[in-house]
Design a protein. Sequence first.
Length: 120
Amino acid sequence: MTPKDIALCASFAVVLPLGQSLFKWAAVYDKQLSGPFVARMFQNYPLMGAGVWYAMTAVLWFYVLTRVPLSTAYAFSLVGACLVPLVGWLVFKEQATWHLAAGYVLMLAGFFLILARPGL
């Protein structure tokens, strides 16, 4: 992998949890809206922002896949998945347990194992 490929994959690993955070913000924002669910969706600006963010993330993901094998690129999404509970804990004050931490440590170990394979 070239340094550019690593940077692109790492960027995807960061933008993915940011999108999840926008969806969580939209869920929190939804509590102050009233009316039917569909009407609230069209009033929920964080949800609209999350949709736009995910569209841009999909374009980035497509570009990454034009340069990096899926099996390698997807390993970086594990890092992004590990960042989501951290954001939940830091920003949204969600509970973090040692079970959660241990599970994500194992995921990160898998990520490093995948990147350590010969020929990468």
